[in-house]
Design a protein around this ligand. Structure first.
Ligand SMILES: [Zn+2]
Length: 478
């Protein structure tokens, strides 16, 4: 039993390694088009929906204020003003090797012998790769401060500067892999978390993408891979920083939590001398998040619940509300956010931030991934970072008065509605069947609206949140 479990885990990890290390041919976007696949895709669509922020977070969310009400709170007023700069790193930085992210990364090798002073630059490229990179950018090694001199051309957009991150300098027009270490592991066992960086040739904002803060939420890993590997540094304005697996220990164990059983997404911005979760949160926030102008934190539902692809955003914050308009075909659910969430802490630090919900935990779901990638692509286009022929879909509504309908009996839940269904008050959404007495208990919609999240069919107990109904609302200012 244990053995087979371990074996499964190993296979699973290999699979995700493949995803991470990226044979570009292995893309979920091109499924063979036989009938089985179509059917499977349809089933996935039916089964998936979810959101990460817990049921309680949504229920306790402050209501959306009406337009023309009091101006946004102080934290909201400032987002456009320069945010506090991260403390300058005193040590001279090394130039990050220019890596075509589409190249297959070398297999992970054991940590090279400790190189004094290089703790903060745990890139694991071998020397050969590094040499090649330096060859390609002859100035890199010797004059890291100098920007590459472009050939004189007319009215070119402003060139980007080096992006200083995690002790490295990423030159404009290059992409690379860096490593983030929270510094709290046993030093000899430290395993840096991979960070993908594309620094565009032209100046622009920094967009950060984070996923798998909850270690069992997998769709975001693939969303980040597809999004970032599709970028051409020469054509990008600004930079994109992606951390596909923030909670690496949780990911390796298939667990939502950190090794101390804490939920990392309740500890931001963290503290230097707090709990394990506080310290990890602090390190991530100070070393990476503070460098971002915009943040999309990708999650999935928890506890066998799945969500319509959607954003969670504090729509009372005008800057955040405006930010949500850059996401194509995403329903927006107003949620003021709970203390300790990454997006809440980021917004408080003057960074435009939302949570992107995509599907269920423990699964890789093609439709959810496609929706996420499409939406991030539209965002970058909207922010002027890329220029593509992007066809926008119909705007999705904003829901704010969302409420969960709970099971009143224990038993096996069978749903009659699908994710995204429009429902009316009193409508039967599903049944709970008592497996022993054969009693059938209907679950009825509490209001008119749309199913924006729901539990997948499963055994439930009384009180289990089964259906998340969103009610349309107006965006303030509209
Ligand atoms: Zn999550």
């Amino acid at each position: 039993m244990l053995f087979s479990r371990l074996q499964k885990l190993t296979e699973f990890k290999s699979f995700l390694c493949l995803l991470m290390l990226a044979v570009p041919a292995v893309t979920l976007a091109d499924p063979p088009a036989d009938k089985k696949q179509v059917k499977a895709a349809r089933e996935i669509l039916l089964a998936e929906l979810a959101e990460d922020e817990s049921v309680e977070d949504v229920e306790q969310s402050e209501p959306l204020r009406k337009a023309r009400k009091a101006p946004a709170p102080a934290v909201d007023a400032a987002p456009e003003s320069p945010k506090p700069k991260p403390a300058p790193t005193p040590k001279p930085k090394k130039v990050a090797p220019n890596i075509d992210l589409k190249d297959v990364a070398p297999a992970p090798t054991p940590e090279p012998p400790a190189d004094p002073g290089s703790q903060k630059s745990p890139d694991n490229e071998d020397q050969e790769t590094r040499d090649a990179a330096e060859e390609a950018t002859p100035n890199a090694a010797t004059e890291p401060q100098e920007q590459p001199i472009p050939e004189p051309e007319a009215k070119e957009p402003p060139r980007a500067k080096n992006l200083a991150l995690l002790g490295s300098e990423v030159l404009p027009g290059t992409s690379t892999r860096l490593g983030w270490s929270s510094g709290i592991q046993i030093a000899g066992l430290s395993q840096p978390t991979p960070v993908l960086v594309v620094n565009g040739a032209n100046a622009g904002p920094t967009l950060c993408l984070t996923s798998t803060i909850h270690g069992d939420e997998l769709n975001g890993i693939e969303i980040i891979r597809q999004t970032m590997y599709d970028l051409d540094p020469e054509k990008l304005s600004g930079s994109v920083v992606g951390i596909p697996i923030v909670n690496l220990p949780g990911f390796e164990q298939g667990s939502r939590y950190l090794p101390d059983r804490r939920d990392l997404n309740r500890h931001f911005p963290g503290s230097r001398d707090g709990s394990l979760a506080d310290r990890i949160a602090y390190s991530l926030f100070e070393n990476i998040i503070r460098h971002c102008d915009m943040l999309v934190d990708i999650h999935t539902g928890s506890l066998k619940r799945t969500n319509l692809p959607q954003l969670r955003a504090d729509m009372n914050n005008p800057t955040v509300a405006e930010f949500t308009r850059g996401f194509d075909r995403m329903a927006v659910v107003h949620s003021s956010g709970s203390p300790g969430m990454l997006r809440t802490a980021a917004v408080n630090a003057g960074i435009r931030a939302v949570t992107l919900e995509a599907g269920e935990s423990h699964r890789i779901q093609e439709h959810q991934i496609d929706a996420g990638v499409n939406s991030l692509t539209s965002l970058m286009e909207k922010q002027g970072m890329i220029s593509r022929m992007f066809v926008w879909g119909d705007p999705e509504p904003v829901y704010y008065d969302s409420a969960w309908v709970r099971a009143n009996y224990g038993g096996i839940l069978f749903s009659k509605v699908e994710l995204g269904a429009k429902v009316s008050k009193g409508q039967v959404l599903g049944h709970i069947a008592d497996p022993i007495t054969n009693a059938q208990y209907p679950i009825n919609a509490s209001s008119d609206g749309r199913i924006i999240g729901m539990a997948v069919d499963q055994v439930v107990m009384a009180g289990f949140a089964a259906y998340h109904i969103g009610t349309k609302a107006k965006v303030p200012g509209e």
